[in-house]
Design a protein. Structure first.
Length: 1052
């Protein structure tokens, strides 16, 4: 009996040599296709004894004629090739069984096509095809979703959350979910957010915690309400709420399925939903607390008002249009009490004085209440050069520093007559431009600057924040003559009534005032828009509910100081501090229906009543009957004598109405720290969540509302740490937008499309890991970035594929005695790699883990280990210590690398654990990242020294060999300096053909001698080619090299 025969039949395929190897063993043939020509060896060496045992004889011979049987096949159609081969064999009456293997480096081989191709012949029962490839490099598109689903089940991904929740001895780690909006489809922004959170959940489980992560949904708000209103007419508020609820429920269902599809672990049985009875009532109880502490008040004051949504907006609901076009106007107001003496001894002429103002909101001119100047500035009295000869002298007041700017803007020259101080102007009066008989004051204003305009600021109390502040300081009554739709009210007279202030209203106002308009022009500047309707907003005073943030903000700033707020290495505390400290008040009321009610009562005079007890009463009713109760109940249902008293109500119930406002949605989700935690009986209600993680845009949104509500209610932060992530752009750094058509649907990434390969959930996850983590800026996604991910996933898969193949039939035996240096080294490198990963997981550095993992598998494992251990693995006798050590090492690497990467790539890890032989836990994350005892093996004291010499030699060898010489068939002659000589002599334990030194340098033969400097010479080996191991190690008279002969003896 002889060993298995091996023949190599190679093809040219797309300019590359592709090896088609056909190996005969007994009555079984083994076909392999690959570019490196090596893959076949794994199966040859590892499977053969098993197969020979079953099939007895090895007489079959396959030779080059096979190629002639088949003809010149193009490997583009590998199915065709095999089909021809099979038919040729069957014609010749050769009964064969085939094992077909595909090289890890060969793309696009489709097993099913091949099975189909040979099925004609197979049906004759003349031939049998056996596929042996449990871990193919890629999966077919349509199977990807199904495969992920199966892996989620068999790999224990689906039940991971429940399993770990039951590990009650573990310390709790809480991740508080910032809820996505329950409207629309999932997008890549969701993917970044939810998958990053899942990295936290899974890595903390791996680090030994019991993680609490209750996913949430933000359900209320205008987009859903508008969607419903546009689609169908609801008969009443309750019906509208019902329809809105339906929209939210559908979106939650869809989004939840997508999140699960991505492998995200969480308490899916108990999500928190801001529209649920439990959540709303809990939110109201927290709100009652704010009422009790006196933070909630109602007042008439300017707010950002969206005419298009007909509601007040919070700062966070604005987006600024940098290219907004306003009309700017220079406008004059006629002074009543400026004295001609100011002009000195100019010739006597009838003179009138005007205050020169400038505005970018001319629609507010009819609403003018005052003009502000600064007493610190100097002003000039000027005349237009082109009006000097007029019989009546028109004199204008303008800030000295702005004369030039005015001349440039209007293209008219001014003559300065004299100067006057701001101080002299304060207290003077001018005539109202709208009500002729009304005299209005010139006021001192701290906000006046000489950056733009004229230094005299047109002031309209109801339509500017500083303007309003001024009025309050003066005790002036503020009234608004612009309605909810942004139109002038009846008070403004017939000409303006009902006209939209940002449209025809403004045009009409300017027309009516035209004798005092000196100049208008287009003015492009940054202007706030309603982020939902994309329409401009106005500043308008109205009665709204507010939370007084001024004091809370200071306290919040102090808390931020001691909190970690970061994206990767960058500290982002300042961004948040600035926002919470510059926000004087928070407008929390919205004039809509789809939301949590602000439980208040209003009397005939418009006076509002609210109290802690009343809010709590409503909360209790809602808990029992649902939030619609507020819209269906009567005032009598809510009030009893005790409550009337607590609210200070004196009028009868009939004169009271329920308030019509709902809460800002940021207040809904802002109370998540309070309401989302109610589901856990063992949770300490005042404990802070360990982490919150959201996009950088949430500085203006959720981070802030969460912090402010918590500080207001419980004087502390609801989280210990904030992690910030960025947003998606396409390959060209363009923001994703439906109109450009560059939006990437995460479902297409996972499940593929006509143009996009299915990358599976792990493809999407790897993209998040490498692009979306440790970064508050842009995360690129597009064709190129996905191609890159596909390559990376493929190369990670291939490394695992090798490790699994090498562990074939490994049964958990521990090698006896010290391991070979090569194995020791890779194991010790792995041990420190695993420690490093744990540390990076601990610090939420997922991108670092991902990059490190790719680097480690490609460099340390693939280039520096696999390439060198192959020979021992393929050719050393099975059962020998050296072979066992190789298998043991490969197995340990596969197991521990799968464990450590399972937070990022859970499906791949599950697939590895399932395919890896041996007795270990087949479900992911049931043990720690480096739980196995293998790492305690004793290391050679000279290990690092040896490997640093080897690494230096490898560089010398590869420089000397260049790309064309195959060192594995050559001899190396080394000259070694003193120390290196001693170290390497210890691992050259034989005649220099099969020593560890040969393995470490991957050469057929190594000889060395002492010298002054280390040098390398490449030479021919003194032995012949060994057909089995393909090295020049065979003594001339023998059939095989001693090592192969020894190995083959074991087959007999
Ligand atoms: Zn050999």
């Amino acid at each position: 009996m002889s060993g298995p025969s091996y023949r190599d039949l190679s093809f040219e395929h797309k300019g590359q040599k592709v090896h088609f190897s056909l190996t005969g063993h007994g009555n079984l043939d083994f076909l392999s296709f690959s570019i490196t020509g090596r893959i076949g060896h794994v199966y040859e060496v590892l499977q053969v004894p098993e197969l020979i045992g079953n099939t007895l004889s090895t007489q079959h011979r396959v030779d080059y004629e096979t190629k002639q049987h088949v003809g010149s096949a193009d490997l583009n159609g590998v199915d065709l090739f095999i089909r021809r081969l099979v038919i040729a064999f069957s014609k010749k009456g050769i009964r064969r069984r085939f094992i077909i293997a595909f090289g890890v480096d060969l793309d696009g081989i489709d097993q099913e096509c091949i099975a189909e191709a040979v099925s004609v012949v197979e049906n004759t029962q003349f031939l049998k095809i056996v596929f042996y490839d449990a871990f193919p490099p890629k999966r077919r598109k349509k199977k990807r979703a199904l495969l992920d689903q199966n892996l989620a089940k068999t790999g224990g991904i689906s039940e991971l959350y429940d399993w770990q929740s039951a590990q009650t001895s573990r310390p709790v780690f809480e991740l508080l979910d910032g809820p996505p909006y329950a409207n629309g489809e999932v997008h890549t922004g969701h993917a970044i957010n939810k998958i990053l959170k899942d990295f936290i959940v899974k890595s903390r489980i791996g680090l030994g915690y019991r993680v609490r992560f209750r996913p949430g949904w933000d359900c209320h708000g205008l987009p859903i309400e508008l969607k419903v209103v546009r689609k169908e007419k609801a008969a009443n508020d309750i019906e509208l709420r019902g329809l809105a609820r339906q929209v939210a429920n559908e979106a939650i269902y869809k989004q939840m399925n997508a999140f699960k599809r991505w492998g995200v672990s969480g308490d899916w049985e108990k999500p928190y939903i801001t529209m649920s009875n439990d959540y709303v009532s809990s939110q109201l109880r927290a709100f009652a607390n704010l009422v009790e502490r006196g933070f909630v008040y109602r007042t008439f004051k300017p707010v950002y008002w969206s005419p298009s949504s007909q509601t007040a907006l919070a700062e966070s609901e604005l987006e600024y249009n940098e290219k907004h076009e306003s009309t700017s106007a220079y406008f004059r107001f006629k002074f009543i009490d400026l004295n001609e003496k100011l002009l000195g001894d100019l010739p006597k002429k009838p003179t009138q004085f005007f205050a020169l103002t400038w505005t970018t909101t001319p629609w507010t001119l009819p609403l003018n209440n005052a003009i502000c100047v600064s007493s610190k500035f100097s002003y000039c009295l000027v005349q237009f050069e082109d009006e000097m000869k007029n019989p009546i002298r028109d004199v204008y007041v303008i800030a000295k520093d702005l004369v030039k700017g005015f001349e440039e803007a209007t293209n008219r020259s001014l003559k300065v007559l004299s100067e006057i101080s701001g101080q002299q102007l304060v207290g003077k009066h001018y005539r109202s431009c709208w009500y002729n008989e009304l005299a209005l004051p010139i006021l001192e204003g701290g906000h006046v600057t000489t950056n733009m305009g004229t230094g005299l600021v047109h002031t309209s109390y109801a339509h500017g924040f500083q303007d309003y502040q001024l009025a309050t300081n003066l005790g002036e009554k503020v009234q608004s003559f612009v309605d909810e739709k942004g139109c002038y009210t009846r008070n403004m007279g017939y000409d303006l009534e009902g006209k939209y202030v940002l449209g025809e209203g403004q045009t009409e106002a300017l027309r009516l005032l035209k004798k005092d308009v000196l100049h208008t022009s287009k003015y492009v500047h940054s202007y706030p828009y309603d982020w939902r309707t994309k329409k401009p907003v106005v500043i308008r005073s109205s009665s709204q509910w507010f939370i007084d943030v001024s004091k809370i903000g200071e306290q919040a700033a102090g808390i931020i100081e001691t909190t970690d707020v970061s994206a990767g290495e960058s500290d982002m505390r300042n961004a948040l501090t600035q926002l919470v400290t510059t926000r004087p008040s928070w407008c929390i009321s919205r004039q809509r229906v789809w939301g949590t009610p602000i439980p208040a009562l209003v009397d005939k005079e418009g006076k509002s009543y609210i109290s802690k007890e009343f809010v709590e009463k409503v909360a209790e009713k809602i808990e029992r009957h649902g939030a619609d109760f507020w819209w269906s109940c009567s005032v009598d249902d809510l009030l009893d004598e005790r409550l009337r008293e607590s609210m200070g109500i004196e009028c009868p119930n009939e004169e009271l109405a329920k308030g019509g406002d709902i809460m800002d949605v940021w207040l809904d989700s802002g109370f998540a720290w309070h309401s989302a935690r109610d589901a856990y009986e063992d949770a300490e209600s005042d404990a802070s969540a360990d982490v919150v993680l959201e996009g950088v845009d949430q500085f203006r949104g959720w981070f802030q509302s969460l912090l402010l509500t918590s500080v207001a209610v419980q004087n502390k932060a609801p989280f210990k740490r904030i992690i910030v992530h960025g947003f998606c752009v396409d390959d060209d750094n363009k923001k994703m937008s439906k109109s450009i058509g560059n939006v990437v649907d995460p479902n297409l990434v996972t499940d593929g499309s006509l143009r996009q390969k299915a990358l599976g959930a792990d493809g999407l996850r790897l993209w998040v890991c490498l692009s979306g983590s440790e970064n508050a800026g842009e995360s690129k996604i597009g064709k190129n970035s996905l191609l890159d991910i596909e390559k990376k996933i493929g190369s990670i898969r291939n490394v695992f594929r090798f490790l699994i193949g090498a562990s074939w039939k490994y049964e958990g035996l521990q090698p006896v005695g010290p391991l070979p240096i090569l194995d020791q080294y890779v194991l010790s490198e792995s041990a420190s790699f695993l420690k490093r990963c744990s540390r990076n997981y601990e610090r939420f550095k997922f991108r670092t883990v991902g990059n490190d993992f790719i680097q480690f598998t490609q460099r340390t494992i693939s280039s520096n280990y696999v390439n060198f251990v192959r020979d021992r693995l393929y050719c050393n006798a099975i059962g020998s210590d050296s072979h066992l050590s190789a298998q043991f090492t490969n197995y340990q690497l596969a197991l521990n690398l799968a464990n450590v990467i399972s937070p990022v790539l859970p499906h791949l890890a599950a697939e590895v654990l399932q395919n890896l032989p041996g007795i270990h836990e087949k479900k992911i994350l049931r043990q720690g990242f480096a739980a196995d005892a293998c790492w305690t093996h004793e290391l050679d004291p000279e290990l690092n020294e040896t490997m640093s010499i080897i690494s230096e030699l490898r560089t010398l060898v590869s420089n000397a060999a260049g790309p064309s010489i195959d060192i594995s068939k050559k001899a190396l002659e080394l000259t070694l300096a003193e120390k290196a000589f001693d170290v390497l002599a210890a691992i050259q334990t034989d005649d220099g053909f099969h020593s560890q030194l040969c393995e470490l340098l991957n050469a057929s033969q190594v000889k060395f001698c002492r010298g002054d400097v280390t040098t390398v010479r490449i030479d021919e080996s003194s032995r012949r080619f060994c057909e089995r191991c393909r090295r020049h190690t065979r003594p001339p008279s023998a059939a095989h090299c001693p090592r192969c002969s020894d190995a083959l003896k074991k087959f007999r």
